[in-house]
Design a protein around this ligand. Sequence first.
Ligand code: ADP
Ligand code: MG
Length: 213
Amino acid sequence: MSIIAVVGNKGGTGKTTLALNLATGLGRSGDAVIIIDADPQQSAYQWRLTGADDNGVPAVVAAAIGLDKTVRALVAAHAHVVIDCPPSIKAPQAEQALRLAQIALVPVQPSPMDLWATTHIARVIEQLRPDNPRLAAHIVMSQLEPRTTLSRLMPEAAAELDLPVARTGIRRRSIHRHCALDGRSVYQAGKRGAEAAAEIDDLIAEIIPHDRP
Ligand SMILES: Nc1ncnc2c1ncn2[C@@H]1O[C@H](COP(=O)(O)OP(=O)(O)O)[C@@H](O)[C@H]1O
Ligand SMILES: [Mg+2]
């Protein structure tokens, strides 16, 4: 069982995109997965409404109000609960999600300003640590463009931050936007989505603890 909060302090970094694709990837093993949309803007909820019912993207429950209760009600029946948070670490939903989660993912775009903004997130996570000592938080480099110098330098710069950086980064690929248009994940995009989906699989393998027999 895992509760994964996708959080950040900015809009447009890729939280909703990561939450939807991560949840879809987690569900491919047959595990019960649910997405909780904790953002009052309801992008994840809208995304799911746009898609076909049986397209493999897990169900999305909108819970910007009553997040705590919703998570507690759903956690027993699901192997993974993925919470998509509003674009502010000060939002009460983000704080609640960080109290409930075992894993926090912080997508960060390859720009110095975005990296600096994560200092504040690390501080909030540390403040909550006494209430949630087992929370494992990772920065996930998002919308990377490997051919640019900035993207190449970012992992190094991010290493200076107070939060660990996941080895797996998410590249900027137009298939992510195409998929959002019709409510799919990159797993439903056939060959065109294969590389993007493999990246999500790598992230899952990296961040989800595997019980050893
Ligand atoms: N890896 C990616 N490659 C290309 N476009 C992306 C990627 N991740 C997100 N996007 C696009 O960037 C925009 C913001 O993403 P979104 O997931 O809504 O961010 P947030 O939830 O942090 O506000 C959307 O148009 C989305 O389609
Ligand atoms: Mg969002």
